[in-house]
Design a protein around this ligand. Structure first.
Ligand code: NAG
Length: 177
């Protein structure tokens, strides 16, 4: 990732110095910590419940393109492969920058070229210089999305099937339940 404007905006955002607001409370603060990547099998019910609660603003299937670390932030360049729940942003097929604390690197365990399910709330979406950026925080759900090939293996089969079914269900939106 080059040190371009977008990147600088991200950095400023996470250092909480990017503020045009008179009200100090409105300043953007980078979350102190984040949830670890979800491991183990997650049921369809659990996925749907999390995706469909009102506070969940976005549900994306993403691919990690590259990552850049600095002293205070890690920035992940993600391709949004599929928007399963749309919030204020509609990034289908586009790239978005996701930001976290360097201390989250091991917990998030995101690998270049791999695909993940990411769900989060509105607080973790920040608009800076006309572009949306995403922050990993304690509410962010991150889960590995196995490849089609992995989905045929015993290790990943259930996880893969649950995610594929979840994607299909979300195509019809969140049912009132
Ligand atoms: C993000 O990845 C895409 C696809 O590889 C690339 O075209 C784009 O330049 C990258 N963006 C940044 C900021 O590195």
């Amino acid at each position: 990732m080059r040190l371009d404007l977008q990147w600088l905006a991200c950095l400023a955002l996470c250092l909480a110095v990017f503020s045009t607001h008179a009200n100090a409370d409105a300043r953007i603060k980078c979350p102190e910590t984040c949830s670890p990547q979800k491991t183990g099998v997650r049921t369809l019910a659990e996925l749907s419940k999390t995706a469909c609660i009102k506070s969940t603003e976005f549900v994306f299937e993403v691919q990690v393109e590259n990552a850049e670390s600095s002293l205070h932030t890690d920035a992940y360049n993600m391709t949004i492969l599929e928007v399963l729940k749309n919030g204020m942003d509609s990034p289908q097929g586009e790239n978005r920058v996701f930001i976290s604390r360097p201390s989250c690197k091991q917990k998030l365990d995101l690998k270049t070229g791999k695909t993940y399910l990411i769900m989060g709330n509105g607080n973790s979406i920040k608009k800076v210089a006309g572009r949306y950026h995403y922050l990993f925080d304690e509410q962010t759900w991150v889960q590995y999305w196995p490849t089609d090939t992995e989905g045929a293996t015993k290790q990943f089969q259930t996880q893969y099937n649950n995610l594929e079914q979840f994607r299909n269900d979300m195509f019809y939106g969140c049912k009132s339940r």
